[in-house]
Design a protein around this ligand. Sequence first.
Ligand SMILES: CC(C)(COP(=O)(O)OP(=O)(O)OC[C@H]1O[C@@H](n2cnc3c(N)ncnc32)[C@H](O)[C@@H]1OP(=O)(O)O)[C@@H](O)C(=O)NCCC(=O)NCCS
Length: 195
Amino acid sequence: MRRMVKERGGQGTVMATAGITIRDADSADAAAIAEIYNDAVAHTTAIWNERTVDTPNRAAWIADRRKAGFPVLVAVAAGQGEVVGYASYGDWRAFDGYRHTVEHSVYVRSNRRGAGIGRRLMEMLIVRARADGKHVMVAAIEAGNEVSIGLHRALGFEAVGHLREVGTKFGKWLDLAFLQLTLDSRPDPDGRSPV
Ligand SMILES: CC(C)(COP(=O)(O)OP(=O)(O)OC[C@H]1O[C@@H](n2cnc3c(N)ncnc32)[C@H](O)[C@@H]1OP(=O)(O)O)[C@@H](O)C(=O)NCCC(=O)NCCS
C-alpha cells in the first residue's frame, strides 16, 4: 500500500511514503541522477537526446537550477539511501512574460517504475510550484509515452496540444504532446492567490 506519512511545503521539504523519502537534491546526488538520465537516453524516447552526461555535468545542472531558484527533488529509498528517481522544473520559455510558467521533468530508475515513485515526486513538485507562486506547469511528453501521459492525467494535467513529427530518435519521427496543470486562479498575474 502506498502511504504518505509526512508533508511540508517550501524549501527543504521532506515527504515520506512507505520506504521512499522525497528531498531536495545536492551535488552528492549528481552521480545517481546521471545514471538515471543516461539510462533514459539509451533506452527511451522520454529524452530526445542521444548524448549521455557525466557526474560533473549533472552537478552543474543541479547548481544552476538551485541558483535560479528552481527545485531539484530526489526520491530516496530507505535502507541504503539509493536515489531511485528525480524531478525538477525550470523556465518554460526564456522571455519575461512566461515567468509564471514552468516546464518539468520526472524520471524513475528503470527497476523501480510502476511503484508510485513518479507520482510522489510529481505531487511534491506541484506543492513546490504552488509555494513558488507559479501559475502553470507544462509537460512536454513524447505522444506515445502512455505511462507518463497516464501519470500526468491522474494528477489533473489536461491535454492542450499535439505537435506532429517534430522530433526523431531511434530512426523514427516523434510527436510531442503538451499537457498543462493550472495551479491557481489568481486574476492578477503578479498578485497573490485568492485565499
Ligand atoms: C513516467 C515515470 C516518471 C512514471 O513514474 P512511475 O513511478 O513509473 O509511475 P507511478 O507508479 O508513480 O504511476 C503513477 C500513475 O501513472 C499512471 N500509470 C502508470 N503506469 C501506467 C500505464 N502503464 N499506463 C497508463 N498510466 C499509467 C497511473 O495513473 C499511475 O497511478 P496509479 O498507479 O495510482 O494508477 C517513469 O515510468 C519513468 O521514469 N519513465 C521513463 C522516463 C519518462 O518517461 N519520464 C517522463 C518524461 S515526460
